[in-house]
Design a protein around this ligand. Structure first.
Ligand SMILES: Cc1ncc(COP(=O)(O)O)c(C=O)c1O
Length: 385
């Protein structure tokens, strides 16, 4: 149970509710970012990320850099692709489109594959055709697009890319999936996964967290032109990450010791239990939520069950109910949900985030509270299931 001051329960798809111990870690006294105490904490944090991403390959490189999830896109676009190179972006919503825009900002040539309709995802035969038509430096996929709640498959996609275009790098936007959806970095032969602290990892916003394969690092080293970035450059950060992990002080740009302490606590909590248990806990809560939503006669934006994320649900509202009427009713019941952000359907749906402590600590009763608030809120809006 939480000892935090009473507050509305934050059930948007990130930031999420945070555990007391994680928040308290942020009030750590000030210490030097190159002193032995902090170096040990940061080094252990980096090592723990290897476990979270399920990699034991020593050539894989974790990064933890001050910034939000978007910085991960810049790291990928600036370091792993050169201006004029082709990138295949699989987009299932707003965030896939944003990743594509980021590549264009660095001069990459983007081909974007989108689903036939909002709520679907590009299909493997369509992706295979695209891969056969042109040589791509990289394929990117948004594991869970937070604008639609669409879950993309990684294992089958990776097998396809390795079969049709083995040199192509496969990079995953895992901002809304790392720590709530299964990701096996080594087994699925991923070349990059970028994420952020504030979603299922359960640490306040402010950290860009990523993992890159040895193959991705080799591609970076083989560049013909230098990356068009300074803060986000592998060249500047790689030795820093390697030194911290080896418990040696190192400096490029000042990290936030307090945020790293919070991440250390969050990762320690996550890794205290088998990851498989964490993923099934999220899956079970999601199944319960999706059933309750269906029982209310509501549809999800992600149309097929196999395409539905397990850490969030994007829910179409009945035609008679406006999000601007419903969300304040939920807020009155002490529950904060998010409105829609996909430009084609924004006013028609709402988003419910169910990641981290709200799911793993049933004593909080966050999920029950949200489902009751939804049912009562709809009734107050005049809707009958
Ligand atoms: C899938 C996905 N990618 C990228 C981002 C961008 O992350 P941030 O807002 O932390 O910059 C988000 C943010 O919600 C996201 O959900």
């Amino acid at each position: 149970m939480s000892s935090q001051p009473e507050h509305p329960t934050l059930l948007i798809p990130g930031p999420i509710e945070f555990d007391d111990d994680v928040l308290q870690s942020m009030s750590h006294y000030s210490e030097s970012h190159v002193g032995p105490g902090f170096v040990a904490t940061f080094g252990d944090t980096i090592s723990m990320l290897r476990k979270l991403f399920q990699t034991t390959d020593p050539s894989a490189q974790p990064f933890v850099i001050s910034g939000s999830g978007t910085l991960g896109w810049d790291i990928v676009a600036a370091n792993l692709v050169e201006a004029g190179e082709d990138v295949l972006v699989l987009s299932t919503g707003y965030f896939g489109d944003g990743f594509a825009d980021c590549f264009e900002a660095y001069g990459a040539k983007v081909t974007k594959l989108t689903p036939d309709a909002v709520g679907g995802r590009p299909q493997l035969p369509q992706i295979e055709e695209a891969l056969k038509a042109k040589k791509y430096k990289m394929v990117t996929v948004t594991h869970v697009d937070t604008s639609t709640g669409v879950l993309s498959e990684l294992k089958n996609l990776s097998e396809l890319v390795k079969r049709v275009s083995p040199e192509t790098l496969l990079v995953v936007d895992g901002v809304c999936s790392v720590a709530c959806e299964e990701i096996q970095f080594d087994a699925w032969k991923l070349d990059g996964v970028v994420t952020a602290s504030q979603k299922a990892i359960g640490c306040p916003a402010g950290l860009s967290i990523s993992m890159f394969s040895g193959k991705a690092i080799e591609a970076y080293k083989a560049r013909k032109t230098p990356p068009a970035t300074y803060f986000a450059s592998f060249k500047n950060w790689m030795p820093i990450m390697q030194n911290y992990e080896a418990k040696k002080p190192s400096y490029f740009a000042t990290p936030s010791p307090q945020l790293i302490h919070a991440l250390h606590t969050a990762l320690t909590q996550i890794l205290a239990k088998p990851l498989s248990e964490r993923f099934s806990t999220h899956r079970e809560a999601s199944d319960r939520i999706k059933k309750a939503v269906a029982d209310l006669g509501l549809k999800q934006v992600a149309s097929k069950p196999e395409d539905q994320a397990h850490g969030m649900t994007a829910i179409y509202l009945p035609e008679s109910v406006k999000a601007t009427d419903l969300l304040p009713k939920l807020a009155k019941a002490g529950v904060v949900w998010a409105g829609g952000i996909h430009k084609e359907i924004a006013p028609k749906y709402v988003r419910f985030g169910h990641m981290g402590v709200s799911v793993t600590d049933p004593a909080r009763k966050d999920i029950e509270k949200a489902l009751n608030a939804l049912s009562n809120g709809l009734t107050e809006c005049g809707y009958k299931a």
